[in-house]
Ligand binder design. Structure first.
Ligand SMILES: [Cu+2]
Length: 91
């Protein structure tokens, strides 16, 4: 048990597990919106495996290993695309 905890914390400190994020986005109406948000998130160089959903009005992605993306960086990227990040969830 103690060993399991030690291994887990070692892996966490090595940033082996990519942080998963979900961002609720306001204002998307079509596939072009989805594309521009995907493009701007990608341009941060801190997001990968990006999935933007028009239906769910959100963007899901993983943090690039070893990098931290802040809430303000996420908001700025979404704003640059022309939309608003209304809520950010980190898992
Ligand atoms: Cu659109």
């Amino acid at each position: 048990m103690k060993i399991a905890i030690l291994i887990t914390s070692a892996l966490l400190s090595l940033n082996v597990f990519a942080a998963k994020l979900e961002v609720a986005v306001k204002g998307m109406t079509c596939g072009m919106c989805v594309e521009s948000i995907t493009k701007e998130l990608k341009a941060t160089d801190k997001a990968e495996n990006i999935t933007v959903s028009l239906e769910n009005q959100n963007a899901r992605f993983e943090e690039v290993k070893g990098k931290k993306i802040s809430d303000s960086e996420i908001k700025a990227a979404i704003k640059k695309a022309g939309y608003e990040a209304v809520k950010i969830f980190r898992k």
